[in-house]
Design a protein around this ligand. Structure first.
Ligand SMILES: [Zn+2]
Length: 261
């Protein structure tokens, strides 16, 4: 296996433009393509000899690689989201979607009878099925990577959810634009992606959340998230270091006036 054989973009030592803010992004660190996220008790596959270089934006801190920018969805499925993927992301199929459904029911349960929810990038329909089962008016999956859910559902949605997806996208701004296109006004996007800790430079690409084998190729800072959403006039608020709410205007009935500011 080689970078060439895999169709990875050739490595350039020159700085590239940040995918979020166009700031200068020099090479920052390198890991083996087989490196998974460090999840306790996780599997460490053998080194492949294929290097993946990450760059970091000097302006917003966004960490990314352009290595996969020429890959088709088919290549992602062959090399990353293949039969072996579940070993590196054991919660993907069932546990994470069910936990997320509990969280969303806890936050928005009192409005569920009138709420239309769209889940972006969920992969399977587990999360939405759980919401429908608990009485949400509508909950539909939209995932451009999965043929059965690749068509954009019709209309606008009060709540768009997006769990552990942005870090997987080679072009996160396009993903955010797709979500913005689906959101009602007023409405909000409830999403998760872990942002870099303030002392990120101490760890660099050894930070546990960086892992090409898991498809983690776009690692945000809080500032990079703010800039990405601001392109659409959205503000984003971190509910904790991994969970966020983005919106232009919140529905008054949700009672989240303190966020509205
Ligand atoms: Zn940037």
């Amino acid at each position: 296996m080689s970078s060439n054989h895999l169709g990875l973009r050739p490595i350039s030592a020159a700085a590239l433009s940040c995918k979020i803010c166009a700031g200068p992004s020099a090479l920052y660190g390198v890991v083996d393509i087989n490196r998974p996220c460090e999840i306790a008790g996780g599997v460490q596959p053998p080194l492949s000899g294929v290097p993946i270089y990450y760059r970091r934006c000097a302006a917003c801190g966004f960490l990314f690689t352009d290595a996969f920018d020429d890959w088709s969805e088919e290549q992602f499925k062959t090399h990353i989201y293949n039969d072996g993927y579940g070993v590196f992301d054991p919660d993907y199929q069932t546990r994470r979607p069910n936990n997320n459904a509990l969280t969303v029911s806890g936050l928005w349960g009192q409005h569920k009878a009138g709420m239309r929810v769209l889940d972006f990038g969920g992969g399977n329909d587990m999360f939405c099925a759980a919401l429908r089962a608990t009485g949400f008016l509508e909950a539909v999956t939209y995932d451009p990577m999965v043929p059965e859910f690749a068509r954009r559902p019709h209309g606008k949605f009060d709540l768009v959810t997006c769990f552990e997806t942005l870090e997987h996208l080679p072009d996160p701004l396009t993903g955010i634009a797709r979500m913005v296109d689906c959101i009602a006004e007023p409405g909000a996007v409830f999403y998760s992606t872990l942002t870099q800790p303030v002392d990120f430079d101490r760890y660099g690409v050894s930070w546990w959340y960086v892992g090409p084998r898991n498809g983690h190729i776009s690692i945000f800072t809080k500032q990079a998230l703010e800039l990405a959403w601001a392109r659409h006039g959205f503000r984003t608020f971190a509910l904790n270091e991994g969970t966020h709410l983005a919106f232009r205007t919140l529905p008054k009935s949700w009672g989240l006036v303190t966020l509205q500011g």
